[in-house]
Design a protein around this ligand. Sequence first.
Ligand SMILES: [Zn+2]
Ligand SMILES: [Zn+2]
Length: 218
Amino acid sequence: MDKTFPEVETLVVGPLAVCCYLVYDPETRDGVIIDPGGDAGKILSRIEALGLRIGRILATHGHADHVVAAEELRKALSAPFALHKADDEFFRGEGASVFLSWGFPPNPPADETFEEGAEFAFGRFVLRVLHTPGHSPGSVCFYDGKRLLFTGDTLFVGAVGRGDLPGGDYFQMMRSIREKLLALPEDTIVFPGHDYGDRPTSTIGREKRENPFIQEGL
Ligand SMILES: [Zn+2]
Ligand SMILES: [Zn+2]
């Protein structure tokens, strides 16, 4: 087992098939959840089976499909739920209507909010916040500083997120991708917020070369 990087376990959860990630230190078993998008029971039983201590529940953005299990998980795990400041406010207010109309419950308020550069430590590792607005005002990616990048709905494998939902801005999202994500090393592994197709992860290098939306925008 490679001890240089955190372990990543992917669980596809909820009505919109969100990729929820358990990211943890395989030695200390300390970890975080990224995008609690539903199926709390499934997430909890995996955490128990892996013997993890979850210190924080993180969301890449405030769209309801990525946070709908946060309430149940934070109670069960006694761990704070953390979200970018801009999305915590926006999606409990004017941004919520579209998700309520799709049948999602209102977003739970975050226990903690964060901004660009915030760091979340677990075991020997840390995830740093890259604020990448555009898919939503407070969309972020989480980067381990070496190799792993959790991109939410900003960058997918071979695609990019929507820019037409409330608070979204397609051109701002493409600028975030260019300036913050494509600047990372080419062997950085991309873990997207949804898995459209048969290649669940990618690399920054491959997306630079093969992602048609990025090709078009360069
Ligand atoms: Zn989204
Ligand atoms: Zn999504």
